[in-house]
Design a protein around this ligand. Structure first.
Ligand SMILES: Nc1ncnc2c1ncn2[C@@H]1O[C@H](COP(=O)(O)OP(=O)(O)OP(=O)(O)O)[C@@H](O)[C@H]1O
Ligand SMILES: [Mg+2]
Length: 371
């Protein structure tokens, strides 16, 4: 291991220009029987962009001795974890009121990738895409969770058929996510009554999101998919300020591609160094049962063209299918029903999920997005 630490001597902290060795940041280098090597360093004061630069430098330094995909990097931070002052005591989990934005970005322990599904406009199918992308990733064998960050119009309790269910607290007083269709999920909609006034939800936002991220017992997850409300408001800001989001999937219909709005939305994420994974075109066309022809009800290729213009990946088109809407209303995700396997929509979702997963596997893909 000493040799490994020596190899790492060249790795610098981009913030200071000094080596991590000089700054006494190395915590551990552990070679596992599986051939993996796990490097741990102290991350305090290093922002996500610099963190990615450091990760790339670690891989570069070690790739002569280890296979690139066997090099794992962990960080530790001396900043204290958020503490719940008044932990819930009842069997049911409670939410704390409060702003809770601390501007101190953290990763959710044991969650490998956090992916947000976003759009500039409302009603374009974010929640539908988020759920079906999550189920597709689960169908591929990944462990997947979902976090409904839309506190004004939460959809997941309906889409995942758990309306009226209340999350319980774990013995450690964390929120236990519900499970549905093999997904763990949490939603503000599980904590409120439909008739509760919307007006007091705003001030709770930051605190609630923090609890959903850090006081929820997610366990080990390959992906946590976040269903965002439309636009670029407080939720988006609170999210990117508090949590490290690994990438964003932007959803739009071809018609709603009001270029200015979409650019604004994308810029917001780029400004805070959150990579855009790519764009999904929803409600791209309609084909009557058993017919080949496509009707481009909301216009053709609107999203594809914007993706090209903005130089972001185009992930695919999802047609309008009546069963997709029905599945949503009935709490039976389209992608959880094998009888749709031959439909174009099903194939599109699988292709999109495969692209998302593949990007995740490509070493350094997320960091390359910055360069
Ligand atoms: N490809 C599709 N085919 C048929 N119906 C669809 C499709 N995509 C979404 N829908 C339907 O369109 C409606 C709006 O979708 P959804 O709630 O997912 O949008 P949203 O962007 O999350 O909305 P909001 O901005 O309110 O959060 C829902 O009834 C949903 O079932
Ligand atoms: Mg929604």
């Amino acid at each position: 291991m000493e040799n490994t630490i020596k190899l790492l001597g060249s790795v610098k902290n981009p913030a200071t220009g000094k080596s991590l060795t000089e700054e006494n940041r190395w915590v551990n280098a552990e070679a596992k029987d599986s051939g993996e090597v796990v490097i741990t360093y102290k991350r305090d004061g290093i922002d996500p962009k610099q963190k990615r630069q450091i990760e790339d430098a670690i891989v570069d330094a070690l790739k002569s001795n280890y296979e690139e995909d066997k090099i794992l990097v962990k960080t530790v931070s001396q900043d204290p974890a958020p503490k719940a002052e008044d932990k819930p005591t009842a069997a049911h989990a409670n939410l704390k009121v409060g702003h809770g934005v601390n501007g101190n970005k953290k990763r959710i322990p044991k969650v490998k990738k956090v992916i947000a599904v976003s759009s500039a406009k409302g009603g374009v199918g974010k929640s539908t895409v988020a759920v079906n992308l999550a189920v597709s990733l689960k169908n591929m064998g990944h462990s997947v969770g979902m976090l409904d960050a839309d506190i004004y119009g939460p959809s997941l309790p309906i889409l995942l058929n758990k309306k009226g269910s209340k999350p319980e607290a774990t013995p450690e007083k964390k929120i236990k996510p519900l499970e549905s269709y093999g997904l763990k999920f949490i939603s503000f909609g599980l904590f409120i009554n439909d008739n509760d006034p919307v007006i007091w939800r705003g001030p709770m936002l930051g605190g609630v999101l923090n609890q959903f991220f850090f006081d929820t017992d997610w366990g080990e997850l390959d992906y946590l998919i976040i269903d965002l409300p439309p636009g670029t408001g407080d939720t988006q800001l609170s999210l990117v300020q508090n949590t490290e989001v690994d990438g964003v999937v932007v959803v739009s219909t071809p018609q709603n591609v009001a270029v200015a709005d979409t650019i604004k939305g994308l810029r917001m994420f780029q400004q805070v160094n959150t990579p855009i994974i790519g764009m999904v075109e929803n409600m791209a066309y309609f084909s009557p049962d058993g017919k080949e022809e496509k009707y481009y009800i909301f216009g053709k290729d609107g999203v594809k063209n914007v993706a090209k213009e903005l130089e972001v990946n185009f992930l695919g088109s999802i047609p309008l299918e009546m069963v997709m809407r029905e599945g949503g209303d009935q709490g039976k995700p389209y992608m959880a029903d094998e009888s749709h396997k031959e439909n174009e929509g099903y194939k599109s979702y699988m292709a999109i999920a495969e692209k998302v997963a593949k990007m995740n596997e490509e070493k350094g893909f997320f960091s390359k997005l910055f360069k």
